[in-house]
Design a binder for this molecule. Structure first.
Ligand SMILES: Nc1nc2c(ncn2[C@@H]2O[C@H](COP(=O)(O)OP(=O)(O)OP(=O)(O)O)[C@@H](O)[C@H]2O)c(=O)[nH]1
Ligand SMILES: [Mg+2]
Length: 324
C-alpha cells in the first residue's frame, strides 16, 4: 500500500554514517590544512548520511490526514496515530539537531589552530551526534514495527465492489471466503484465528468483486472492543458495499445463537444502510427451519446461491453501476 524503506536501528544509522565518514580524505597545502579539511569532510558526510536517512523515514510515512478514512483509522487502531506522530516528530528533531551540531563543529574546526584542537572538536562532535541518535532508539524501533504492520495492511481497491464477511468468532467466515474467492485465509477449529483483515476476489458475469475476511466479533459494545474487533468494524464502516453476516446455528463455534442474534441486531443498528445478507452456515451439522439462506462452507452446499443473493443485493449500488 505504502512504500516505506527498512528502518535502521540507532546503532545501524550511526554505523552507516561513521563508515561513510571514515572514507573521507582531503589533501591540503599543509599537514594542518589536510587534517582540517579531512575532518570537516568526515563530519559533513556523517551528518549528511544521518540527515538524509532519517529524512527518508519521516517523508515515507504518510501524513495520516491525507489517507482515506479506512487506512487512517486502521493506522490508529493498529499502531496508534498519536504515538506514530510523536515518534516521527522525535526523528525529525534528531535530524535537525545532528545538522546543527555538525555545522557548529565545522565552524570550530575551520578556526582551530592546531591538529589537536581539530581532533578534539571532531571527537566531541561524534560523541554528541552519537548521543542524539541514540536518544531516538526507541522511536526508530517503534516506527520500524509500525512499518511492518503497515506492510501487512490489505490492499483494497475502493473502485471495485466490496463484500465484507462478518460474524462471531469460529462460525466459518474464513472457510467461506476461501470457498468463494481467491482469498486463502487460515481456517482453524478455535476462535480468533483471523486477526487481520484480508482480501480475496471473484468474478461474476465479468464483474470483479472483492471479498473481505474479518476477525470475529463478540457481542459487546463498541467501547469494549479490542483492536482486532475494531479492524472488523472499520471494514464494515468504511469498505463494505454489502455485508454477509454468518450465523452458526449449530453453536459448534462456541457462541450461542442468542449471542449471535444479538450481535447481528447491533450491527444492523450500526450499519443498517449497507445491504446485508444473513446466512446460516454449517448446515451439514444443523439445518434450522428459519427462512434464511443456508450453506455449508465445508461441503459447498448453498454457497453459489449465497453469492447470487449478494450480487443481487449489490445490483443497485452506484459502484456496481460504474463497473458495468
Ligand atoms: N461442519 C462444518 N464446519 C465448518 C463449516 N464451516 C466452517 N467450519 C469449521 O469451523 C471452524 C472455524 O472455521 P473458520 O473459517 O476458521 O471460522 P472463522 O469464522 O473464520 O473464525 P475466526 O477467524 O476465528 O473468527 C473450522 O474448524 C472449520 O472447519 C461448515 O460448513 N461445516
Ligand atoms: Mg477466520
Amino acid at each position: 500500500m505504502l512504500r516505506i524503506p527498512t528502518i535502521l536501528t540507532a546503532d545501524e544509522v550511526l554505523d552507516k554514517a561513521f563508515k561513510k565518514a571514515s572514507k573521507a580524505e582531503h589533501k591540503g597545502p599543509t599537514r594542518l590544512e589536510t587534517v582540517r579539511e579531512t575532518n570537516i569532510s568526515k563530519i559533513r558526510s556523517a551528518s549528511d548520511v544521518i540527515v538524509s536517512t532519517l529524512g527518508k523515514y519521516v517523508k515515507a510515512f504518510p501524513s495520516i490526514e491525507r489517507l482515506s478514512p479506512f487506512y487512517a483509522e486502521l493506522i490508529d487502531v493498529t499502531i496508534g496515530k498519536d504515538k506514530l506522530k510523536k515518534s516521527l516528530g522525535a526523528i525529525d528533531w534528531c535530524r535537525g539537531s545532528v545538522a546543527r551540531v555538525s555545522r557548529e563543529a565545522i565552524g570550530s574546526i575551520a578556526k582551530a589552530r592546531s591538529i589537536d584542537d581539530i581532533d578534539n572538536f571532531r571527537r566531541a562532535a561524534y560523541g554528541r551526534i552519537s548521543s542524539i541518535v541514540k536518544q531516538i532508539g526507541n522511536e526508530l524501533e517503534f516506527v520500524s514495527n509500525a512499518r511492518d504492520k503497515i506492510r501487512k495492511f490489505p490492499t483494497v481497491d475502493i473502485s471495485v465492489p466490496i463484500i465484507v464477511i462478518a460474524g462471531a468468532p469460529n462460525v466459518g467466515k474464513s472457510q467461506l471466503v476461501g470457498r468463494i474467492s481467491t482469498g486463502k485465509p487460515r481456517v482453524a477449529v478455535y476462535p480468533f484465528t483471523t486477526q487481520e483483515i484480508s482480501v480475496g476476489v471473484f468474478e461474476r458475469k465479468r464483474i470483479r468483486y472483492q471479498v473481505i475476511d474479518t476477525p470475529g466479533l463478540l457481542d459487546r459494545p463498541l467501547e469494549e472492543r479490542n483492536a482486532m474487533e475494531l479492524r472488523a468494524i472499520l471494514a464494515l464502516k468504511h469498505l463494505a458495499d454489502a455485508i454477509v453476516f454468518v450465523i452458526d446455528p449449530s453453536e459448534t463455534c462456541g457462541y450461542t445463537l442468542a449471542q449471535q442474534e444479538h450481535l447481528l441486531s447491533s450491527l444492523k443498528d450500526e450499519f443498517g444502510s449497507t445491504p446485508m445478507v444473513v446466512t446460516e452456515n454449517k448446515v451439514d451439522v444443523l439445518r434450522s427451519d428459519s427462512d434464511r439462506p443456508k450453506l455449508s462452507a465445508v461441503s459447498g452446499e448453498g454457497v453459489s446461491e449465497l453469492v447470487d443473493e449478494v450480487v443481487r443485493n449489490l445490483a443497485d449500488s452506484r459502484k456496481l453501476q460504474q463497473c458495468l
